[in-house]
Design a protein around this ligand. Structure first.
Ligand code: FAD
Ligand code: MLT
Ligand code: ZN
Length: 457
């Protein structure tokens, strides 16, 4: 039997896409920077179907690229660029969209890997709870993709990254065997935690099919402030002050005057507090009772605040959030950016921001730099538009980050975009151990080749 016939028999002919036009949207990433050809796009709906697809690909020795919502920003969800003798099958998980009943007692739920963040959050809220991770790609990003990248987002300060939400996982190995540990026991010390190992594995070890996820209490009241400060150092000091004063602090995001002006132009709105300072901190406080008075009092006593605007009504809060969350689309509207997602120790954040223009300008004089990020984790999103030589700019920025003791990927993953720079953040011994783990899970090297480290390196 041909591979195509085996795939049709695994998932049904209508879910095996062979026509180039039908495959196209699965072969290019969200940014438009990464794309490559596939042999077929396959859309299984159950764990057994995933197992049959992987077994067929393993028999044929054909690589598999795993794709969820295709909102990843490091090129890991699409085939490698250029011609290859053995193009991969793209395995799309979006039809794994089953949502189990919420256990209010355990504060957990089981979700298919293809469930979107939006659907999961709505499901948790309908049961009087909430999901602890949130990010702007919520309408399309899937739970499987978010676990696979250990996604962070805008609530890490309060609830941690995706890894912290995982209470159990089901996954299919490259040869089609299924491992399932979804009981969500609050305590379980029986050796290696495979679900946690898969968090951040970027589709290189196994295909996640279902996740047992922790939920958090829903918070009834919220207030948001958009605060102008002089610069990054003051933003960091403001965060320290607010953390001390506001136990309900759940978001602290950083943006800069040039980026906010860009977003405002893109959205067709007037930027608030224009001219008040070089940097802005978006602060959100949540709780069971109205957090507004506490937020106002904390802002009034903070020396770093130059000016601020505050919102409590949902639509007003959303308008302030749009100035921060709109960065990604506003930047992409200007071209295909080099997107780098880095973190440094918080006391080096101001130095990173100060040194970035020289690092980028030294690599490419015509490049345009736009930065923003998650302040509490000192996680900066470095976007470079009109870069003539993407690799040179990437090398310059990531080397600076390494010099400052930081990470070359804070929350987006390594993917294909940063594979050749992994050694800036991981020791040789760590990479050796990671390779041994990869071989134990996927001895034929069929899952997402070229992600995490370059093929053949
Ligand atoms: P995909 O893009 O499809 O895949 C991402 C990686 O996971 C790939 O390597 C893929 O092979 C692997 N993968 C996908 N599904 C599975 C599975 N079931 N099993 C095994 N491997 C799998 N990220 C953040 O961390 N924080 C943010 O704040 C944030 N904001 C964003 C805002 C916008 C507007 C956009 C476009 C992206 C943003 N992202 C953010 C990036 C992206 O949304 C996350 O990386 C997300 O986790 C990707 O989910 P996905 O389902 O789209 O995965
Ligand atoms: C964000 O925090 O908005 C993102 O991670 C997306 C991006 O980096 O563009
Ligand atoms: Zn982010």
């Amino acid at each position: 039997m041909t591979l195509e016939a085996a795939l049709r028999s695994a998932v049904g002919p209508e879910h095996v896409l062979l026509d180039p036009d039908l495959r196209a949207s699965y072969e290019t990433d969200w940014t438009g920077r990464f794309s490559g050809g596939s042999r077929a796009v396959v859309r299984p709906a159950t764990s057994i179907e995933v197992a049959n697809v992987l077994a067929a690909c393993a028999d044929a020795r054909v690589p598999v690229v795993v794709q969820g919502g295709n909102t990843g920003l490091v090129g890991g969800s699409v085939p490698p660029p250029g011609h290859t003798d053995n193009p991969p099958v793209v395995l799309v998980t979006r039809r794994l969209s089953e949502l189990g009943e919420v256990s209010v007692t355990a504060r957990q739920v089981t979700a298919g890997a293809g469930v979107t963040l939006f659907a999961l959050t709505a499901h948790a809220r309908a049961a009087g709870l909430d999901f602890g991770v949130d990010l702007a790609a919520r309408d399309s990003a899937t739970i499987g993709g978010m676990v696979a990248t250990n996604a962070g987002g805008i609530r890490v300060l309060r609830h941690g990254s995706m890894r912290e939400q995982v209470a159990g996982a089901e996954a299919v190995l490259a040869d089609g065997r299924i491992i399932s540990r979804l009981h969500g026991l609050a305590k379980d010390s029986t050796g290696y935690d495979i679900g946690q190992l898969l968090a951040g594995s970027e589709g290189t070890l196994a295909v996640l099919t279902r996740l047992r996820l922790r939920l958090v209490p829903a918070e009834r009241e919220r207030a948001v402030a958009f605060v102008a400060v002089a610069g990054t150092a003051d933003a960091v000091d403001l965060l320290a002050a607010l953390r001390a004063e506001l136990p309900g602090l759940c978001a602290a995001e950083l943006c800069f005057a040039a980026g906010v002006a860009l977003v405002a132009r893109h959205l067709g709105v007037r930027p608030p507090l224009a001219g008040a300072g070089d940097a802005y901190v978006l602060v959100e406080v949540a709780g069971q009772s109205d957090p507004l008075d506490g937020l106002l009092a904390a802002l009034q006593t903070s020396q770093q605040v130059l000016d601020a605007t505050v919102a409590t009504a949902a639509t007003d809060r959303a308008q302030l959030w749009a100035l921060r969350e709109g960065h990604t689309e506003a930047i992409s509207a200007l071209g295909v950016p080099v997107k780098l997602d880095v973190s440094v120790p918080v006391d080096r954040l101001a130095e990173l921001v100060d040194r970035l223009p020289d690092a980028v300008g030294g690599a490419d004089q015509d490049a345009q730099l736009v930065i923003f990020g998650h302040l509490a984790e000192a996680n900066l999103h470095v976007n470079v538009l009109h870069a003539g030589d993407a690799e040179e700019v990437t090398g310059a920025v990531l080397s600076l980050v390494a010099t400052l003791g930081g990470s070359i990927s804070s929350e987006h993953g390594v993917g294909r975009a940063k594979a050749q720079w992994l050694a800036l953040s991981r020791t040789e011994t760590e990479i050796e151990v990671m390779r041994s783990i990869k071989t134990a899970f996927d001895p034929l090297g069929l899952l997402n080749p070229g992600v995490l480290w370059p093929v053949g390196s």
